[in-house]
Design a binder for this molecule. Sequence first.
Ligand code: C5P
Length: 218
Amino acid sequence: DSIPVITIDGPSASGKGTLADLVAAKLGYWVLDSGALYRATALASLRAGVSLDNEHDIAALASQLDLHFEGGQVFLGHEDVTHALRDETVGAMSSKVAALPAVRLALHSLQLAFRRLPGLVADGRDMGTMLFPQAGLKVFLTASAATRAERRHKQLISKGISASIADLREDLEARDLRDQSRKVSPLKPAADALMLDNSSQTIEESVDLVLSWWADRR
Ligand code: C5P
């Protein structure tokens, strides 16, 4: 059918979210930050004290998520969880709940519902491979682990949170390994994805490149 989709997949802290937001803003499209759904499931599980062995209960929490995106903020019910979702503990837990098949299934239709006119830019790990295999453009965004750890570090410092670059890099690499090696929907480029390494690119250069790829395909 005719609702256009651009997918942006890649490892943690590669800049998918920023790229997706800027490309979507240029095109006037909707955005799906699919990682936020896994993060919100992780947050809800941590709060409810549900252990990872309990796949069924975590999937139930995922299917009941009352999540809203409003102008750059994320709400769980009435609570603004924008910052809580970015917490490193929640990030680490999110890649553990994301490995549970029942959780991925519970979040499936919720994600598909983001596909609305005039179009969607979806970012995550399996947008091009599983959720939107028919997407008109699939980008696989990467950057070196050193670059990604530095960016995450800057982000945290700007929020007044201190952290060691070495620890951040270790966390990122552990999360990537979990995401790449899980049985369901592992992180990997779709066969027809275009590879974009933005280690030595500005965000504007990446945005322009994706927009030119999109223009070529329309
Ligand atoms: O992108 P973000 O870092 O917010 O994602 C958090 C975690 O959610 C990832 O480490 C990954 O395990 C999981 N995720 C996923 N599939 C997606 C998006 C995120 O498994 N489409």
